[in-house]
Ligand binder design. Sequence first.
Ligand SMILES: Nc1ncnc2c1ncn2[C@@H]1O[C@H](COP(=O)(O)OP(=O)(O)OP(=O)(O)O)[C@@H](O)[C@H]1O
Length: 302
Amino acid sequence: MSHALEVSGLEVVYPNGAHALRGLDLSVPRGAVTALVGESGCGKSTVALAVLGLLPRRAGVRGSIRVAGAEVVGASPEELRAVRGKAVGLVPQDPVSACDPLRRVGHHVAESWRVHGEPGPPGGAAELVGRLGITDAHARLRQRPHQWSGGMLHRATIAAAVAHRPPLLVADEPTGSLDADHARTALDVLRSAADAVLLISHDLGVVREHADQVAIIYAGRVVETGVAREVLSRPAHPYTRALVAAIPTPGGGLPTPLPGAPPRATEDLAGCAFAARCPLADHRCAEQPPLVAGVACWAVDR
Ligand SMILES: Nc1ncnc2c1ncn2[C@@H]1O[C@H](COP(=O)(O)OP(=O)(O)OP(=O)(O)O)[C@@H](O)[C@H]1O
């Protein structure tokens, strides 16, 4: 299978010592939406920033990130500028802080073309936000960010990310501030604009509806991966099982909240990071289980 993004053995340590990613392996196939799912703090946004080369300068980064065959780890600022927007587009998690409050919204959308020294198509920004359900787009784009709601600004950042129709889109919680209808439109636009989408989410309902593939991340590593429908209906890793059991289903019993909390990123971890919360943990978990046949767990038969 040909991949739009291949991440292997990715380690990221922030300057404060937070070990956000601990040997992450992830493949995003072309022609599909791949969801990256996990609890808060497990490293999802760090993956997004690493793929675009947007981590703090003093962060320690090891491993490999290949976008359309080009290596991102260790790339020069010029190489990274050429990749951003053209080879990979980012829908950031927080659209409000992504916008300069003094600039018009239209300026932010058009910035996608300007940074590459291109004028962009006439009316291009209005057409893009119009497709995302912003009415009276020309007039609206002359407004400042504070005149737009969070959900509208999210759609402006989606418009900016798809401006060049990059082969890969990384969307960090792109539907967090949208109602179900606008979320569906936004995901349709993402899917139709790019060959491959990495959809970062902690909402398994969104993942079930929109993702083809899924990767479950825990404490900076992928612990289970596969076809989204199959993984969510027959989760194998005890962490995935706990995540699925924690979501309410119509007509189902009461959801079971996930007990305990993930380890802190500043902790030294030996062996399986989930062992402390795992009902199946035994002596084997003192050693880190490798990802085999899509599951990283000693207790799961493969
Ligand atoms: N700039 C930073 N400096 C130091 N530590 C950071 C920084 N950004 C993230 N971290 C830490 O790295 C770990 C992973 O954070 P990250 O934001 O990638 O997780 P996440 O899964 O995206 O969480 P959320 O769903 O809450 O956005 C966390 O422990 C976080 O506190």
